[in-house]
Design a binder for this molecule. Structure first.
Ligand code: IMP
Length: 191
């Protein structure tokens, strides 16, 4: 890595997910970075862990675009379901949705779950880096709130779902915020 490359205050974020983009844009804007969305996409590896998926996506997109890029691979890991849907979170959200997930969880006493976000970052010709953030919560018994996106209305964090929080409140404690804090620490250190 060359120090000059890291001084750029603009970051290309490859994602088609508007919710992720909005959150990342707001969190990084507060730290002086402009986030530019790119919706070209990247191949998603089928892996049990999110880190290799994010690393490969960032590597691939940096090579394709010829510039430094970041990606975000995330998922909801429900303990009673042995971590399901985990890396299949996007597929499950699209094909089952929150109501069906709640149905599967109907008789489960252990409601504990973890949201995980892995930021992948790569500069052309360099190895990809990953930064992981997690937040622990519980699967609610019903969908609550209209904020956020995806699984937010069924993820209870300290008595309120992420769907009931404003973006500002969610961004203070979310898995994405925690992953971005690590990414920013690295970026600032390298500056
Ligand atoms: P992927 O990262 O594109 O593989 O998709 C992850 C899946 O988890 C998608 O269905 C997202 O909508 C969902 N997801 C990721 N982050 C969040 C979040 O912060 N809140 C709620 N759902 C999320």
């Amino acid at each position: 890595m060359h120090k000059t490359e890291k001084k750029a205050r603009k970051i290309i974020f490859v994602t088609g997910n508007e919710g992720k983009f909005r959150e990342v844009r707001d969190i990084l804007a507060a730290r002086g970075y402009e986030v530019i969305q790119n919706t070209d996409g990247y191949p998603e590896l089928q892996e049990e862990e999110l880190e290799p998926i994010a690393a490969y996506g960032a590597l691939w997109a940096a090579g394709k675009l010829g510039m430094p890029v970041m990606v975000d691979d995330s998922g909801l890991f429900i303990n009673a379901l042995n971590g399901f849907p985990g890396p299949y979170s996007a597929f499950v959200e699209k094909n089952l949705g929150n109501k069906r997930v709640l149905k599967i969880m109907e008789d489960e006493n252990d409601r504990s779950a973890v949201f995980k976000s892995v930021i992948g970052y790569c500069e052309p010709g360099a190895e990809p880096l990953t930064f992981t953030g997690t937040v622990e919560g519980k699967i609610a018994f019903e969908e609550l709130g209209t904020g956020g996106f995806g699984y937010d209305p069924i993820f209870d964090y300290n008595g309120m779902t992420f769907g009931e929080l404003s973006d500002v409140e969610k961004n203070k404690v979310s898995h994405r915020r925690r992953a971005l804090d690590k990414f920013l620490e690295w970026l600032d250190y390298e500056d």
